[in-house]
Write a protein that binds this ligand. Sequence first.
Ligand SMILES: *Cc1c(COP(=O)(O)O)cnc(C)c1O
Length: 455
Amino acid sequence: MTRPPSTKQLRNWDHRYLWHPFTQMQEWAQEDPLIIKRGNGSYLIDTEGKRYLDGTSSIWVNLHGHRHPVLNQAITKQLNSIAHSTFLGLSNPPAIELARALIQIAPKGLTRVFYSDNGSTAVEIALKMAVQYWQQRHPKAGPKNTFLHLKMAYHGDTIGAVSVGNIALFHSRFKPLLFPTLAAEPPYCYRCPLKLAYPSCKIACIDPIEQILKRRHRELAGFIIEPLMQAAAGMIPQPAGYLKRVRELCTKYKVLFITDEVATGFGRTGKMFACEHERITPDLMAISKGLTGGYMPLAATLTTDEIYQGFLGTYDEFKTFFHGHSFTGNPLGCAVALANLQVFRQEKTLSRLSAKIKMLTQWLKPIADIPHVGDIRQRGFMVGIELVQDKTTKTPYPLSAKAGHHVAAIARSKGLILRPIGNVLVLIPPLSTTTEELKKMLGIIKKSIETLHND
Ligand SMILES: *Cc1c(COP(=O)(O)O)cnc(C)c1O
């Protein structure tokens, strides 16, 4: 038997062979990377046996904790049948059962499931379906080939998803590759561009969106939105009532309403899907991250019968949706996604979550009083803590000050993994996090923020 490589060896090889996502590799080369070898519940355990609370749910995917017996078993069991067979021209039991289960829990009116393997592709598929739908179902509507989205939106890193995204730091380089879109001002209550306050504003930021829809709806195939919370923008929530109004406007102006629930889906906001908070059904819905409980790369785009019908015809009408991936409908992924839904039922994940969400709100209060904390934004188990240089003027730290990075590094030394977005500390714990663990996370966050100097 060969001995497994030491931490030192692994670090060397990482530095020598790897290129990490969203990472300045010149800095990475100066650091000793933390190498996670195991997981257990809310904890990540490194090669040296040191334990860390997983404050990001491994970038927003994990729901029921690491190494959950039911999820583990589902994969093992499926492995004993088959790991993968193609979905092009063939089907498989876990993919069939999962589609049925997803339609049972999805917002009412969504009736079809199209699989892919990550959030970006689930979004790409929604965009392509929308465009093709209009061409085939309503040819007289004329060319409806573009999309409306919010500024600061994030829908993934592939080119179509970047086209409907709007985070300058990530996206501006690729502008020459992107298709033209329309971007609307998002709600951002902490720094309201209209200088109004909710609820007396009556969500006035909707009016410019209606103006855009009124003038440009003929060109628009759809309006894509991260419902309830623009996550990668730095956890920017939408006020209650906003989504419902957007849904109504899309119906009124005959523009498909596309919700990207990749981050918000599967309980993260306190309900199974964020749309449920406003009792709305989108025309297309993209899901991924939590779909497999954070175990495997799997995604799906759900849609309505109306859209599905637009793709039916004889073979030589070529109304087929010509899109698919090598791993579409992967049986291992679908098996563990089914087990994920089973755990939701068995452990009553959602009903137990609501008490924990209230506690989280309570424990965030003392953090809001810290001098360099400008705003705390929470929707369920999604939290953004915006650090500011000056609390009264809301003056942001310059990005180069790396305030979020600094606080996250301190938190890590105290046993909590966080991944900030610029000046916004993000806390997205697994839904299974116990109240004790949650309390511990917030204690570490408070102490870590308090290390920011008062000057
Ligand atoms: C993470 C994310 C995506 C992209 O998903 P990937 O699996 O990383 O491609 C898309 N939309 C939202 C809202 C996300 O948070």
